[in-house]
Design a protein around this ligand. Structure first.
Ligand code: SF4
Ligand code: SF4
Length: 297
């Protein structure tokens, strides 16, 4: 079986202080960190035992995972498993990249980073230098930014500095409405911005989550995605397997890339073929026509 897993454990702390984030500078207690580590190790061991499946994993922690040694270790371990096609993580890229250099080359090819630049939280030069390190190491990565007016200059600067083969995505800011003129400015940087601009109407539409894609928390509770709360079973007792099957979305809208990328009515599995989890389009650099007429909202 081919299975894509979005994993989110109890970790909910971050070393950054983004004004648009509830996890800014939150601290986990030692006990919470211990629980997060134990949950992640249990998950890693489970994946290691799935020798008959093909598994892809995206870590989507509430906070920052790569500043914790157990996430770095889990990624290298998972990438070394034959049954793992890809292991990716969303990160602010605040940590060093040395751990990636230490991963065996074959494992490194399976690792991917979804990196978000948060202006004001880290010097531009430092973030760019980390991106250069990833490029030098040959680690797959996408780079992105939240589409706030204050970020526009930095986004242009970053786009100009990154190689054409590095995708710079722009996420619509939560609760923000864009005029056509504003949207055009962001689309000039990320031709796929129209997909992010509005929430996608998803009610009753077929979505791969709950069939080939699942969300797993630290307890092993399986849901179809991070947004639909209904449980499908548990990963560790195998009960989730019986529940897998084609389904339509029960929610009115889906407004997060890690959700709507799996909507079958959108062409995003083609756009991101080979890089769905880490948000890397199949053909780079993108042309502005990539998004024309395909918006699902
Ligand atoms: S880096 Fe991410 S998790 Fe951390 S405060 Fe900023 S948005 Fe939140
Ligand atoms: S469309 Fe979004 S909210 Fe609906 S099931 Fe799929 S991922 Fe979940």
């Amino acid at each position: 079986m081919e299975l894509t897993i979005l994993y989110r454990g109890p970790l909910a702390s971050c070393d950054y202080d983004c004004p648009y984030c509830p996890f800014a500078k939150r601290r986990d207690s030692r006990e919470q960190l211990r629980a997060d580590r134990a949950a992640l190790e249990r998950f890693t061991a489970w994946v290691a035992a799935q020798t008959g499946d093909r598994v892809s994993v995206l870590f989507t922690p509430w906070g920052e995972g790569l500043v914790r040694s157990w996430y770095r270790r889990a990624i290298v371990e998972l990438a070394g498993l034959e049954q793992v096609r890809r292991v990716a993580i969303q990160t602010n890229l605040s940590g060093r990249t040395r751990w990636l250099a230490e991963a065996p080359a074959a494992a490194r090819e399976r690792i991917a980073l979804w990196c978000t630049y948060h202006p004001g939280q880290t010097p531009y030069e430092r973030f760019l230098a980390r991106c250069e390190e990833l490029k030098g190491l040959g680690v797959r990565h996408s780079v992105g930014i939240v589409g706030l007016d204050d970020h526009l200059g930095e986004a242009h600067r970053l786009r100009a500095a990154l190689a054409d083969e590095v995708y710079l995505w722009v996420n619509a800011a939560e609760g923000h409405t864009y005029t056509d003129e504003e949207a055009d400015r962001w689309t000039a940087i990320d031709p796929l911005f129209p997909y992010s601009r509005h929430p996608h109407r998803s009610a009753g539409l077929p979505c791969r989550t709950g069939e080939s894609v699942i969300s797993v928390d630290g307890e092993g509770t399986v849901r179809r995605c991070h947004f639909v709360r209904a449980e499908l079973g548990n990963l560790y007792d195998g009960s989730y397997r019986r529940a897998l099957g084609p389904r339509t979305c029960p929610l009115a809208v889906c407004d997060c890339h890690i959700g709507y990328v799996h909507l079958e009515t959108l062409p995003l599995y083609d756009v991101f073929a080979g890089g769905v989890l880490e948000r890397i389009p199949a053909a780079l650099p993108l042309s502005p026509v990539a998004a024309t007429g395909t918006r699902g909202d």
